[in-house]
Design a binder for this molecule. Structure first.
Ligand SMILES: [Zn+2]
Length: 183
């Protein structure tokens, strides 16, 4: 190997490969792709359903940290901070200028996990009337409807019990159609 070849090799080593990794890391909020377990796009993170999906994921696999893009709204970020705290995972934010692309949240490991599918093409959808619910209390009928149409979200709601009724609790879906509260 003469000097020229050696130089080329070093040059490639310094400005070639690392640059590619640099781009990769920008896309995955500062992490290597091989360490990513799950990710949400900036469109997906705006939906409430995303929260449920992350809540279900956070304790699975080797997730060590949750990273959000700093430009995401405070209200949304607080929800994820809360999830991270409860699951005792690290929470980190990264400035948008240090990223590129559509990814707004990643769940990552400290080591390579080589997870193949880390992005959902579509989030599971919570039907509108449940999405708009102002509380998590549902009557028997609407609990059943939720079980039938969007079982993933059943754990986010509660059927109104006798004690709730005594306290005046009303079904969060029924109250949307005023006057037709189901018992
Ligand atoms: Zn109801």
């Amino acid at each position: 190997m003469d000097n020229n070849q050696l130089e080329k090799y070093i040059e490639h080593g310094i400005s070639g490969t690392p640059q590619i990794k640099g781009q990769e890391k920008k896309m995955w909020l500062g992490e290597f792709r091989e360490r990513i377990i799950f990710a949400l796009t900036q469109e997906q993170i705006k939906r409430k359903e995303a929260l449920k999906v992350v809540k279900d994921k956070i304790n699975s696999g080797n997730i060590d940290k949750i990273i959000l893009r700093e430009d995401i709204s405070e209200v949304i970020k607080e929800n994820y901070m809360d999830i991270a705290q409860k699951a005792q995972k690290n929470y980190k934010e990264i400035h948008k200028n240090s990223t590129s692309g559509e990814i707004a949240l990643v769940l990552a490991s400290e080591e390579a996990v080589n997870e193949k599918e880390v992005l959902l093409e579509e989030l599971p959808i919570l039907p509108e009337k449940f999405y708009k619910a102002k509380s998590n209390k549902l009557c028997k009928k609407h609990m059943k409807e939720l079980q039938d149409t969007a079982p993933l979200f059943v754990s986010e709601f509660e059927e109104i019990g006798l004690f709730d009724k005594l306290g005046g609790a009303k079904c969060a879906v029924c109250v949307q159609n005023q006057g037709t509260v189901n018992e």
